[in-house]
Design a protein around this ligand. Structure first.
Ligand code: 5CU
Length: 377
């Protein structure tokens, strides 16, 4: 019997189109792109945790370079396709990387969202069937502009959802003012891809972090905690009940949300205020129910231990493979070859559910194809 090759889909893969890089090059506060005489590639400086090293490198040419090298992997479509071919990825659902349009003024963000989303749409049309995208919303713009942006991207052929940070309209994702946006996104059958950027306050990392610990604390811990907090706030505010058709993919296998779901649930059950206010009574949907009904997770967790927790919490039919390209390139081998960060995520899938299993095939691509309708033009 002929065995059909599994189709591999990468749902967590970013780009900064050239027009966006131009904006970053013109900026003097993060996010920004800056060249340093001692480095061949410009540096991309994104995170609050990188501000101190940016200041040091600006004053001292011997100081360590801030941020990460801005290589062609960040902006070149040809490079994205080369990366896909190198790693056997059939389809990618590309998205603008953090911090999206969060730093633009109310008057700038609407136009920029339109042009970035058109640019993603055009890139996808150059590789029909291989590329789809999550669009970007102009969250600093007035509600009317935001709703118009949802309608605009709903009409773009290759758009399958929205990439969303955790700041919302500046008050987080439990802000009631955001409900019309969630409702519009859900009504448009667009899936939200929730992605962190802001992490935790720098003080949490202590005085040694910037000089000694590289990016490990903000990326390994800050990002996942940010996602966990954002989605827990949404749960506590009843957003998932108010917008029952809302579907959300949580980046990095949900941060720590699947692992902590039992504890969140228990804290709800034992909270005197919530009980007194009647929020814990009959009809309440548990964290576990919301996880299985409205939440999907990517499989970007680099180990079968975290991946098994994610699968236990949501089911293997709700997990989707991702790479986080162009972040986490190999440091000691050729960037044009295979990336260890990708093999770690692929190996986690086979170790968690078994090589060649139906579940592996679903996580590597089948789930994304059906959830994000990637078989349809
Ligand atoms: O390395 C990093 O800073 C990042 C980032 O900013 N965004 C992301 O998606 N992954 C890694």
């Amino acid at each position: 019997m002929a065995t059909s090759k599994i189709r591999v889909v990468d749902i967590h893969t970013h780009m900064y189109p050239p027009s966006y890089i131009k904006i970053l090059e013109s900026r003097s506060a993060i996010p920004l792109v800056r060249t340093f005489p001692q480095a061949a590639d410009p540096r991309l400086i994104l995170l609050e945790a990188e501000v101190k090293s940016l200041e040091e490198a600006t004053q001292d040419a011997t100081a360590k370079l801030p941020g990460r090298p801005l290589t062609s992997h960040f902006a070149s479509l040809a490079q994205k396709v080369h990366f896909m071919d190198t790693h056997g990825i059939d389809i990618s659902v590309i998205s603008l990387a953090n911090p999206w349009l969060d730093f633009l003024s109310a008057s700038e963000s609407g136009k920029m969202a339109e042009s970035v989303n058109e640019e993603f749409s055009r890139m996808c049309s150059e590789h029909p069937g291989r590329l789809f995208f999550f669009a970007t919303l102009p969250l600093t713009a007035p509600l009317e502009t935001l709703l118009a942006a949802v309608s605009h991207v709903q009409g773009l052929k290759y758009c399958r959802g929205i990439i969303l940070g955790t700041s919302g309209l500046d008050k987080g994702l439990d802000d009631p003012a955001l409900l019309p946006i969630f409702e519009a996104v859900a009504a448009a059958h667009l899936t939200v891809f929730l992605h962190p950027h802001y992490g935790l306050p720098n003080e949490v990392w202590g005085p040694r972090a910037s000089a000694e610990y590289g990016h490990v604390l903000p990326l390994a811990l800050g990002f996942p905690m940010e996602t966990t907090i954002a989605v827990t706030r949404m749960y506590l505010a009843g957003v998932f009940d108010k917008v029952r058709d809302l579907r959300m993919i949580l980046a990095h296998s949900g941060g720590t949300f699947p692992f902590l779901a039992g504890r969140i649930e228990s804290c709800v059950l034992h909270d005197g205020q919530l009980v007194r206010e009647g929020k814990v009574g009959k009809g309440r949907r548990t964290v576990w129910e919301v996880l299985k009904e409205q939440i999907y997770l990517d499989a970007v967790i680099y180990s079968e231990v975290g991946l098994k927790a994610a699968i236990d919490a949501t089911g293997a039919d709700r997990l989707m493979f991702g790479t986080d390209h162009p972040f986490f390139p190999p440091l000691e081998t050729d960037e044009q070859g295979e990336w260890e960060s990708v093999s770690l995520n692929a190996a986690a899938v086979t170790k968690a559910v078994g090589e060649g299993s139906g579940e592996a095939s679903a996580i590597m691509g089948g789930n994304a194809i059906s959830i994000l309708r990637l078989d349809q033009d």
